[in-house]
Design a protein around this ligand. Structure first.
Ligand SMILES: [Zn+2]
Length: 292
């Protein structure tokens, strides 16, 4: 049975983020069927956070298989949004019918959600349907050996907020740059939209364009240039210290699940940090539930 929407409750045991005490650090087990951010209800102004999904049966599996065959060229970010649009019935304020004719439109609506929300919904769906233990392939950063390593979705840190304003923060530039004839010293940052993952995840080799895309999508506005939507070429003067520091801060302050886990190389016994591989084929298959 699909789990009913449990509203997230503020609990005193939850840790608070060191950059904003309104950002709670919790786990998937505690947060349950609730988006870490959510979508703003146009009437009440409150965040809608519920996650509900249909039963994943053979009929749905066949429909997903057919969709996958027909869309092999689309990247994982795109595919995850389409599967969520098919399997979920509620994602925050979105009501999803599962209707084939609506699928493209619904996928676009999912891709407009925050990165942390879509990733959380994807992890939640995996946990509800196949359990929280995930095995995925990694390559050792020291000796290059390829092996399978586990992650328990229930133990991941999840950062969550009860107000959209708490996803915002200010970045002080190490090397201020001139944009539209103004020296910009501060950038106002927000969560990125999933659509940016759809644009960049197929291009995993090019970490430069990945960082640029993520940075651009996460800028709400530049101090002194409020309400101006920046375009990529306007950031081209951003220096390397800012690119690296801002990318690291985006990771650190990201609202949603923390995808970094430790892996132990069975060959050279070096421990290193890696990111959970959430691509559909390993994440949603039986082989992803067990060690080799
Ligand atoms: Zn190794």
């Amino acid at each position: 049975m699909p789990e009913k929407n449990q509203q997230s409750e503020s609990s005193p045991q939850d840790k608070r983020a060191d950059w904003n005490e309104n950002v709670r650090i919790t786990t998937m087990t505690k947060l349950g069927a609730s988006l870490p951010i959510g979508t703003v209800d146009p009437v009440s102004g409150e965040l809608s956070k519920g996650i509900e999904h249909r039963r994943w049966n053979l009929r749905l599996e066949k429909a997903i298989g057919q969709y996958r065959e027909g869309n092999r060229r689309k990247n994982m970010g795109h595919f995850a949004a389409s599967i969520l649009a098919k399997v979920c019935t509620v994602l925050g304020g979105l009501a999803l019918t599962g209707d084939e004719k609506q699928l493209n439109q619904d996928s676009v609506r999912v891709s407009q959600m925050w990165v942390g929300d879509v990733l959380y919904a994807w992890f939640w769906l995996r946990r509800q349907i196949l359990g929280s233990l995930v095995y995925f392939s990694v390559r050792c950063t020291n000796c290059g050996a390829q092996f399978r390593t586990p992650a328990d979705l229930d133990t991941l840190e999840v950062r969550t907020v009860d107000s959209l304003a708490d996803t915002h923060w200010t970045y002080d530039m190490i090397e201020p740059i001139k944009i539209r004839d103004k020296m910009v010293e501060k950038l106002h940052m927000q969560s990125a939209r999933w659509s940016v993952i759809q644009l960049i995840s197929g291009d995993g080799e090019n970490s430069g364009s990945m960082k640029a895309g993520m940075i651009l999508d996460s800028i709400h506005s530049a101090a002194g240039l409020d309400n101006v939507q920046l375009v990529e070429h306007e950031l081209e003067e951003m220096g390397k210290p800012d690119i690296e520091h801002l990318s690291a801060e985006l990771d650190r302050r990201n609202i949603g699940p923390d995808v970094a886990v430790d892996a132990d190389c069975p060959k050279c016994h070096v421990q290193f940090r890696t990111s959970i591989d959430w691509a559909y084929d390993s994440f949603f298959s039986d082989s992803g539930r067990y060690a080799p």
